[in-house]
Design a protein around this ligand. Structure first.
Ligand code: GLA
Ligand code: CA
Length: 684
C-alpha cells in the first residue's frame, strides 16, 4: 500500500480500491537495456599526471615579439615580472610539440553573455567561454587523458594541497605571485570573497552552495597564499573533484567586492548580480585569454592575457594563439559553419545534422578532423519532485504529488518509445535508449545495474485507468479522478524545454504525440533564454533537457545525484529555509553519495555509482529518453589537439582539449586574420 495515503490526499483513488501494487502489475516488466556499439576509434592521448603539469621555475621565459615591443615601449612589465616566480609548466610533448605564436581560433556560440559576474551565476555564452574566463581551484577537464596511478584533479589556482592527519582538514596552497589580467595580485582574499560573500550568501545565485561540498563544510584563510577546508567527514577525497569548474572559480575581488551589498551600502543584490554587463570590456580574468570586445548578437573577441601563469617546457608563455573569436549565432550554425570551414570548432551534438555533416566529411577538401566520443549526451525528462519549492496553487500541489508517485512515473516512462524517438532524430546506429542514470559507455554503466522499463503503450493506458485517470468527457485526454482538487480536469502537464537547441525542440514535439497516445496532454513550455533560472524557481511540472557532465562524470556533481543540499538536485529542490521532503529511495541514494564522497579508490566509487544506478532507475528518478554519441570537429590548421579528445567527459571538448596549447603553423596563420592584431587587454 505504498501510495494510499498520498492517493487519498490528491483523490487518485478511493481508499480500499485497487492496491497500489496492482496499478503497475499489468505493465511489461523491466528488461535488459539495449546497448549500442561504440563509435569511438583511433588513438587516445595518455600521459602521466606529473608530466602533464608541473610547477617549476625555468631559466628563461619568452613571449611573442610584438609583446616584447610593448614591454620595450614601457606599456607592460617584463615577462619575468608578469609570470609567477614558479609558473605552471605544461607538457606539449604528448601532442605535436612546441608551438609558434599567432593565429586565431573561431568559435560560435548559440547562447549570449549575461555579464561577467560568474560568481553570481551570470552566463558568459557557454560554448567554452566560461572555461576560458573562469579559472578554478582545481582543473578537471584534462583528467580524461591521464594514465597510471594518479588520475585526479589537476592544479589550477590551487597549486598543491594536503590532508591533515585526521582527514578533516585540507590545506590548499594557491599560486604565489600570480596576477589578474589587469596586473593586480591574485590572493587568498579572492578565494575567501568567493566563498563567504557569494557561495555562502543565499541571496547571490552562485553555482554551488556550501553544503554541496559536504554538509557543514567551511573554508578559512590561513595566509595570503593559503586556504584551509574543514570537513565534517574524514578524508572526503571525492570533494576535490567538485572544486573545479564551475563551482569554485573566484572572480576578481578587487573589482567585485566594492560592488557587493555587504561592502557597499548603495548596492543591492540586483545591482551586484548585474554589475558587469557584457559591454564592460576588457574583462578581468586569470585565464589564457580575456574578453576585449563585444558586439551584441555578432561577436565577442578575446585577446591573450599577458599575465597568464602557464608556460611550455621551453618557457614560452602560453597561450600560443593570440586571439579567440566567438561569433554569436545558433548552436546548429556552429556545426554548419565549422563543417563549411568558416568556423574552427564544434561539438557535433545535434543528431538531426549528423548525416549531412558526415556526407560533407567525405569530400576531399573537408577542412576538419572529426573525433567521435562515447554516448556521453543524454536527453531526459525530469519530473518536479519538490513539494516545498514553487508550490503556489492546489494544482501545483496535486501535480507534485503525482510526480512523487512512483507508479505514475513507472507508467509515464513506459509511454515513451525510445527506439522510435532516436530514429526520428537520426536514422542508423547512433542513438540508444536511455533508462536514466549513469551512461552506459562509462566504467560504472553496467547494463545489469540498469532497470529498464520498455515501451508499453497499452499497458500504460490500462495502468493509468487503474489509477483513476479516465477520459470522462471524451476529448481524448484523461481526466483527474474524482475527489481531489482537480477532479474532472484534463491531465495537462507543462513541459519546459529550451528552444536554443533543435534537438530539444524535435524531442518535445515527438513527446507530445507519444503522450497524447496515452491520453496525457503535454503543454509545451518553450524557453528561448537561459532555462536554469526557471528550473531553480521551480516553475515547471516536467523539464526536458540534455544533461551535461552529471551522468558521464558523476563525481563532479555529487549534489545533482541526490538532495544533499537545498539548492540541488534540480529535479528535487528545497528552499533556503525549507529542506526537501525526501522520497524513501532518496535516503538510500543519499547514503550512497555519502560513501562516494569519502571513497578514495575510483574503482570502488564506480561500484557505488552502479548501486546508485540500480536504485535510481528502478525508481525512475528521471524519465531517461536517449543516449547520443557526439564528436568534436576541429579545423585541420590547429596543432596540439589531443587525439581522442572526448566531446564530453570531465568537461566539454573545448576544455578537455586544452586550447592554450593549440597552435597554427606560421604559413597558415594568414588564412584567418586577427581582428585586433598586436593588442593586449587594457593596454593602449
Ligand atoms: C554548450 C554547448 C556544448 C558546449 C558547452 C560548453 O552547452 O551546447 O556543446 O560547447 O556549451 O560549455
Ligand atoms: Ca478528457
Amino acid at each position: 500500500m505504498r501510495t494510499t495515503a498520498l492517493a487519498a490526499l490528491v483523490g487518485l483513488m478511493p481508499l480500499g480500491a485497487a492496491r497500489a501494487d496492482d496499478v503497475t502489475s499489468g505493465l511489461k516488466p523491466a528488461e535488459p537495456v539495449p546497448v549500442g556499439k561504440s563509435l569511438q576509434k583511433g588513438d587516445r592521448t595518455q600521459i602521466e599526471y606529473d608530466k602533464l603539469m608541473q610547477w617549476k621555475a625555468l631559466p628563461s621565459y619568452s613571449e611573442p615579439a610584438w609583446v616584447t615591443d610593448l614591454v620595450t615601449a614601457g606599456k607592460l612589465p617584463p615577462i619575468k615580472d608578469r609570470l609567477p616566480p614558479v609558473p605552471l609548466v605544461v607538457d606539449t610533448a604528448s601532442v605535436e610539440g612546441t608551438g609558434v605564436y599567432g593565429g586565431v581560433l573561431r568559435h560560435v556560440s548559440g547562447a549570449r553573455p549575461q555579464g561577467w559576474n560568474w560568481m553570481a551565476g551570470n552566463v558568459m555564452a557557454w560554448g567554452g567561454v566560461e572555461e576560458i574566463v573562469d579559472q578554478c581551484l582545481v582543473r578537471v577537464g584534462p583528467i580524461w587523458m591521464l594514465k597510471g596511478e594518479k588520475s585526479e584533479p589537476l592544479p589550477q589556482l590551487a597549486k598543491s594541497w594536503e590532508w591533515s592527519a585526521d582527514g578533516h582538514a585540507l590545506t590548499m596552497h594557491l599560486i604565489e605571485g600570480a596576477k589578474w589580467s589587469d596586473g593586480q595580485p591574485f590572493s587568498a582574499d579572492d578565494v575567501m570573497f568567493m566563498w563567504d560573500d557569494n557561495i555562502s550568501d543565499p541571496k547571490v545565485p552562485a553555482w554551488g552552495r556550501p553544503d554541496a561540498f559536504g554538509v557543514g563544510t567551511t573554508l578559512e584563510k590561513v595566509d595570503d597564499n593559503t586556504v584551509r577546508w574543514h570537513f565534517k567527514d574524514a578524508f572526503p577525497a571525492a570533494t576535490l573533484y567538485q572544486m573545479g569548474y564551475q563551482k569554485l572559480c573566484p572572480g576578481p575581488a578587487h573589482i567585485l567586492k566594492p560592488l557587493h551589498p555587504k561592502y557597499n551600502k548603495d548596492a543591492t543584490y540586483d545591482s551586484y548580480i548585474n554589475a558587469l554587463k557584457p559591454e564592460k570590456t576588457p574583462w578581468v580574468s586569470m585565464g589564457p585569454w580575456t574578453v576585449t570586445d563585444y558586439k551584441p548578437d555578432q561577436i565577442m573577441v578575446m585577446r591573450r592575457n599577458p599575465y597568464f601563469y602557464e608556460v611550455d617546457e621551453k618557457g614560452n608563455q602560453l597561450p600560443y594563439l593570440d586571439e579567440i573569436q566567438y561569433k554569436l549565432s545558433t548552436w546548429e550554425d556552429r556545426t554548419i559553419q565549422t563543417v563549411a570551414g568558416s568556423a574552427d570548432y564544434a561539438n557535433m551534438e545535434d543528431p538531426s545534422i549528423y548525416l549531412e555533416s558526415l556526407k560533407q566529411a567525405q569530400k576531399p577538401d573537408f577542412p576538419n578532423k572529426i573525433i567521435w566520443g562515447a554516448r556521453a549526451l543524454d536527453w531526459k525528462i525530469d519530473l518536479n519532485l519538490s513539494d516545498v519549492c514553487g508550490v503556489n496553487s492546489d494544482r501545483d500541489k496535486a501535480m507534485r504529488e503525482l510526480n512523487r508517485n512512483v507508479d505514475f512515473r513507472r507508467i509515464m516512462t513506459q509511454v515513451v518509445d525510445r527506439e522510435a524517438l532516436g530514429q526520428s532524430l537520426v536514422r542508423g546506429p547512433f542513438i540508444t535508449p536511455y533508462a536514466g542514470g549513469m551512461h552506459q559507455e562509462t566504467d560504472f554503466g553496467k547494463p545489469e545495474m540498469v532497470v529498464y522499463y520498455p515501451y508499453d503503450i497499452e499497458g500504460a493506458k490500462a495502468a493509468l485507468a487503474k489509477m483513476g485517470f479516465k477520459d470522462t468527457d471524451g476529448d481524448g485526454i484523461v481526466n483527474w479522478p474524482a475527489g481531489g482538487p482537480l477532479a474532472g480536469k484534463n491531465l495537462d502537464i507543462n513541459l519546459l524545454y529550451t528552444t536554443l537547441y533543435t534537438t530539444d525542440q524535435n524531442i518535445a514535439q515527438s513527446l507530445v504525440t507519444m503522450f497524447r497516445e496515452a491520453g496525457v496532454n503535454l503543454v509545451l513550455q518553450p524557453n528561448s533564454a537561459e532555462v536554469l533560472p526557471v528550473v531553480q524557481s521551480c516553475g515547471w511540472d516536467w523539464w526536458l533537457h540534455r544533461d551535461d557532465k552529471t551522468f558521464q562524470a558523476p563525481v563532479l556533481n555529487l549534489e545533482q545525484l541526490a538532495p544533499v543540499a537545498w539548492g540541488a538536485p534540480y529535479r528535487h529542490l528545497g528552499t533556503s529555509t525549507t529542506p526537501q521532503n525526501l522520497l524513501p529511495f532518496e535516503k538510500d541514494l543519499l547514503a550512497i553519495v555519502a560513501k562516494v564522497r569519502t571513497e578514495p579508490d575510483p574503482a570502488k566509487r564506480s561500484e557505488l555509482f552502479r548501486e546508485y544506478n540500480k536504485i535510481s532507475t528502478e525508481n525512475i528518478y528521471s524519465i531517461g529518453l536517449i543516449e547520443v554519441p557526439g564528436a568534436i570537429i576541429v579545423n585541420k590548421r590547429f596543432n596540439n589537439v589531443p587525439p581522442g579528445t572526448p566531446i564530453l567527459s570531465y568537461a566539454w571538448g573545448e576544455e578537455g582539449s586544452m586550447r592554450e596549447r593549440f597552435w597554427v603553423p606560421t604559413d597558415l596563420q594568414g588564412q584567418v586574420p586577427e581582428l585586433a592584431p598586436k593588442t593586449l587587454p587594457g593596454i593602449n
